[in-house]
Design a protein around this ligand. Structure first.
Ligand SMILES: C[S@@+](CC[C@H](N)C(=O)[O-])C[C@H]1O[C@@H](n2cnc3c(N)ncnc32)[C@H](O)[C@@H]1O
Length: 248
């Protein structure tokens, strides 16, 4: 799949393609990433891509025309592809959205700066608006990197073990606690051992314990996700019996 990123800060993306497990997605060609410097599509000597908002107010707005030229250059290079604009007013970027991208052919990611983009560009060219959360960042680059990272780890061959099947949100629940060495940790409150079941070697018991811990964590922290899992028929009688024992 191919992602084209239109940005004023292409250098922010390079570390992501060179570090950690996601690097494999780029090295193997599972993701082709092409970065487009928006200023190359400005039409004046100052390479300006922003101007004052009509009607007044603070800050600057990104101009339609350089963005249109950049999009035309991307399309000439790769053909049609969905255009994604990151904005706090977009729909939340969830694991379900990420899974959809992981099944697709890629997209053009539009990273805004300043106070955002002239609405006419959005109306004419944008297919999907995504928000990272209810806070304001200084640009769309971090949201684009978050999407790329989350998609990359779902692609075949990127993770050495397919651990994402157990990740939070993959089955609609949050992940429960995890433990590694030492088996017993000394501390001021006395020695603390990992849960015995994890040392039992009994796979079915371990799977059940993990499911219950996921249910507990989700019920405590995100009861909305329990309600949604219930609506979607993802909780069975054993899950419901366990949930009914929790003192919330
Ligand atoms: C300083 S922000 C502009 C915020 C805009 N004036 C508003 O109030 O919605 C600059 C750019 O960062 C990106 N951005 C900021 N917060 C974001 C978020 N939570 N999710 C996605 N993109 C965000 C958007 O591209 C936005 O246009």
């Amino acid at each position: 799949m191919r992602f084209d990123v239109i940005t004023l800060f292409p250098e922010l993306f390079e570390p992501h393609t060179r570090s950690g497990v996601t690097r494999r997605a780029y090295d193997s060609g599972a993701i082709e990433l092409k970065l487009w410097q928006l200023r190359d599509h400005a039409d004046d000597a100052y390479r300006r891509v922003d101007d004052r908002p009509f009607g007044g107010g603070p800050g600057m707005v990104m101009l339609v025309e350089p963005l249109q030229r950049a999009l035309a250059a991307v399309r000439a290079d790769r053909g049609q592809a969905p255009v994604v604009h990151f904005t706090p007013t977009g729909q939340p970027l969830t694991q379900a959205v990420v899974q959809e991208f992981a099944r697709g052919d890629g997209a053009v990611l539009l990273c805004a700066r300043y106070e955002g983009v002239d609405q006419r560009l959005i109306d004419r060219h944008v297919d999907l608006e995504l928000s990272l959360g209810d806070y304001v960042l200084s640009g769309g680059e971090l949201p684009a990197l978050v999407l790329l990272d989350a998609v990359a780890r779902l692609l075949p061959g990127v993770l050495s073990e397919p651990s994402h099947a157990h990740d939070s949100f993959s089955d609609g629940l949050l992940e429960g606690p995890q433990y590694s060495r030492p088996e017993v940790l000394d501390g001021p409150g006395g020695p603390e051992a990992v849960p015995k079941v994890l040392l039992s070697g009994h796979h079915a018991d371990i799977a059940r314990w993990r499911r219950e811990q996921a249910l507990r964590t989700t019920a405590l922290r995100r009861p909305d996700l329990i309600a949604r899992a219930r609506e979607r028929g993802r909780l069975d009688a054993r899950d419901e019996a366990f949930l009914s024992t929790l003192k919330l």
